[in-house]
Write a protein that binds this ligand. Structure first.
Ligand SMILES: Nc1ncnc2c1ncn2[C@@H]1O[C@H](COP(=O)(O)OP(=O)(O)OP(=O)(O)O)[C@@H](O)[C@H]1O
Ligand SMILES: [Mg+2]
Length: 310
């Protein structure tokens, strides 16, 4: 009975979790890529969706193979998903190749013409911490010319900011701040140039927006387990933005979450315990679940996290 009656569209209550989408690649080791993004969304109270752009064969010791998802399949994933699911925020990570980057840009342009999603974070994954280039030159051009103008926040590391601007990497905080401001001319609403690769007792990122530049600092955590910090930060920014009044408070809260995850990383032993013989050369993941473990008291984290502001 009633099977033929049309079902009215469901309505979300005010306390509904933020629905966040990551458009990114798979990291089977779970420290980066969609796996890190979904864990971050969940840890910060959101509901996560994921569109895959590529598969990697990867561990804490590096990437051995990348298989792009065909661009028309990226288009179909996005079209099918967004016809049904209303998105509050989107994070874009690995764009894999020029065709995939174009497919993402086309879908986002259509969506944003209709006013959704309200917040788009672009993590321009182009240069690994090792210095290796991760995107071909034609894909870099699509990212700069088509995706950057669609982003509300872009989050390059120092070498990526330099590639986007066609200059050399910033060597200090002042140069990073200048480059963050220069990036705004390429079209994003805000630019966060990350200072993880600089030295010093603090990890300082430069956030540029219409009102100027602000330096966002967090204590630098002494750990080798930094796999996926960039993915974690950008997805935290995306899922936190709808609950914060502006990008600056959202990015501050995202850095607080990431710093906790870095502080808990040494206690999370992932990598170096498998079948490969010989000494381990990897970088393990940060602990995306640190705040839950801290609240539950199931792990002595050897520090006092302030989870109240997340
Ligand atoms: N040791 C650390 N302690 C605290 N914060 C850090 C540390 N290393 C990096 N960060 C922070 O992590 C975030 C990511 O910065 P980073 O410059 O490492 O980006 P990335 O190179 O894109 O990362 P990834 O290699 O994961 O892609 C920034 O907010 C940065 O300040
Ligand atoms: Mg990165």
């Amino acid at each position: 009975m009633g099977a033929d009656l049309p079902t009215p569209a469901p309505v979300r209550g005010d306390d509904h979790p933020v629905v966040a989408l990551t458009i990114a690649g798979s990291d089977p080791s779970g420290g980066a890529g969609v796996q890190a993004d979904l864990k971050t969304f969940a840890a910060l109270g959101g509901y996560g969706c994921a569109v895959l752009t590529g598969l990697t064969a990867q561990s804490t010791t590096g990437v051995t193979r990348v298989l792009p998802v065909p661009a028309d399949m990226v288009t179909d994933q996005l079209g099918t998903l967004t016809a049904d699911v209303g998105l509050d925020a989107v994070k874009i990570g690995m764009t894999t190749d020029a065709a995939v980057a174009r497919a993402i840009a086309a879908a986002l342009r259509d969506l944003r013409a209709g006013g959704r999603p309200p917040y788009v974070v672009l993590d321009p994954v182009m240069v690994a911490t090792s210095g290796d280039r991760l995107l071909a030159a034609d894909a870099e051009a699509v990212l700069r010319d088509e995706l950057l103008p669609l982003a509300d926040l872009v989050t390059p590391n120092l070498p990526e900011a330099a590639v986007l601007l066609g200059t050399r990497p910033a060597r200090d905080a002042a140069e990073a701040a200048e480059q963050a401001t220069a990036l705004l001319r390429l079209g994003p609403g805000h630019a966060l140039v990350k200072g993880g690769h600089l030295d010093g007792p603090e990890a300082v990122d430069q956030l540029a927006g219409p009102d100027g530049v602000v330096a966002l600092a967090a204590p630098r955590v002494a750990t080798r387990h930094t796999h996926g910090t960039g993915c974690t930060l950008s997805s935290a920014c995306a899922v936190l933005r709808p609950r914060h009044d502006g990008w600056e408070p959202a990015v501050r809260a995202a850095k607080e979450y990431l710093t906790g995850a870095l502080r808990a990383a040494d206690a999370l032993v992932v990598g170096g315990t498998g079948t490969a013989p010989g000494p381990w050369s990897g970088h393990g993941p940060v602990d995306h679940g640190w705040a839950t473990r801290a609240r539950e008291g199931t792990r002595d984290l050897a520090f006092q996290p302030d989870v109240s502001r997340l």
